[in-house]
Design a protein around this ligand. Sequence first.
Ligand code: ADP
Length: 649
Amino acid sequence: MVVGPARELEAVLDAAVEPVIACDGDECILHINAATERLLGWKRDQLLGKPVSELFPHRLQRFHGLSLPRYLLSRRKVLGGRPTRVFSRRRDGVELMVELTVGTSGEGEQERIVLTMRRLHEVIDTLEEPVEHVPGGPDTLPHHEETVDRLYRILVENAPLGIFHFDRAPIITACNELFARQLGTTKRNIVGLNLLTLRDERLMACVRESLGGRTCDFEGDYRSLTSGKVIPVRVRFAPCYREDGEVEGGVGIVEDITDRRHVESEREAHLAQLDLLFRSAPVGIGFVGTDLRYVRVNETLARINGVPAEAHPGHTPLELFGPHAGPAVQELLQQVLKTGEPLVRSESTTDGDLGLEGPRRYMSGSIYPVRTPDGRVLGLGVLVEDITETKRAEEERAHLYREAQEAIRVRDDFLSIASHELKTPLTPLSLRLATLERRLERGEQVDPGVLRHARHQLTRLTGLINDLLDASRIEAGRLALHPEETRFDVLVEHTLTSLEGQRGNHVFDFEPPAEPVSVQGDAYRLEQVVLNLLENALKYSPDGGTIRVRLSVNEDVTVLSVKDPGIGIPEDQQQQLFDRYFRARNASTRSYGGLGLGLYISRDIVERHGGRIWVESESGQGSTFYVALPTLAASRQPLPRAQGDRHLH
Ligand code: ADP
């Protein structure tokens, strides 16, 4: 590849370590080498044709009517080839101190001005060099008369903190490696940097403070000018004094607080999590100081206490909950504080123990001393849980358990009663049949009374079995009804007549109603109901007693009442009379046989006719059973609710 002389020259200049800038006689840039690009942050093409003054701060552009390059050229002899320290301006506006040498070649159109810059390493390296002051302001140039000895340098370099020094300008004149690393750049890039050009007001305030003889702390994020990397730093600024006591500059001690910030932000996150946990816990949590004043409570505890969370701090339970609940709570807290013994899961009720208003709620509370690691009591932790639901569930479970136990007992009772009841008619039946058999064998005459008794036992057995079958049909929803127009008054009369043989010395007192009473019903099943009521009246009242049977009627309802002078039914059992297998305590099972099914079957039949059945009774004072049925006219309308709902089924 053929390389032209110009290209060759460019390649040579690019290889140079120091920045070189070539301009024409009008000081317009013709070429910059790669080192210039690196130092000042410009790309070559961006600068071509631009005036070279762009590379210097405004204030350094003219001296004695001459541009900076021309001025330095005019002083070539005096300088004798030595560089001059000036600020150059990077593309991002940051000022860097450089050593500048200016040379020229050619004449007129051909004149070329060449500027060579040298990046200052550390000022301390160049202290022995003569320093030329640029006229125009003594502050723009650093003064360094001291030599820092080796030991001092070792000390500074090995310090675990970033350290930099700046003069009054304020230019960074020295720094240690760690500082350069903290900023993610090199010492070369830092030394000579004018802190002013960082344009950070807070930083500048600290610089001013230290130059004013005071220390000052800066904490913030530092964005590296070269890499753009952001690091959180804490910088302590302090003044540096000359021997004569004047402030000659300052020092910054830099701590990279990335790790600390990390730890802090983690701690903050943990605290935020804990706070969230505290606030959203479904358990009431509170902290009470040793003066028995609340320090803080969460929302749940505030709700339980019925006082807003923000109203708690600084107040005692007595102040918050008044004379009812206050003393009880205060006493518990005091007790734990005094004894140091925690109170664990103590249960109380809001209405009783705490004297709070509103529906009863069950609370479970724990109070425990909160201690520092060295055992000092800081205050009391309070945990309160509303256990009403759990309690209710427990009660419900206990209730269900009792019911299940009761059901088992009823079943067991029923089995023993049923087997007894079913067996009872069998013995006389078999005796009677044996008698008959004997008589027939002997050719003796058969007594129809024996046969009648045998048949009676059979009827009783059949009745019991029918009741059992009916009850199981009802349970399965299969008890069929065949309603038709039925004369209820005739039905009652007929049932009374059918009992003639059974009534013994009892008297039936029945007054048929003046008007016929018709209902839409299943005559067979309705007769079963009436028969059951009459049989019970006979069974549970002393022989010879009068059983009053009445049938009243109005337009919609006909009410049958059967009143006996019998043993009556205790008040607390009347509700259950119509339950399956229920037998009241009034009747000893030995003296009064029965399966406890008759009224259960009767209630089902009556209700399925749109009617109601109930009882009025007093223990030892007899009972009156009522059956209300819709009359034929009203059979398609529901019955109005009768009085005495308690006994109504
Ligand atoms: P049982 O076959 O036991 O008579 P019921 O269902 O007909 O069954 O009656 C249920 C219970 O109601 C009886 O065990 C008895 O305790 C009570 N009872 C029913 N009728 C009367 C009544 N007229 N007088 C007193 N107690 C009665």
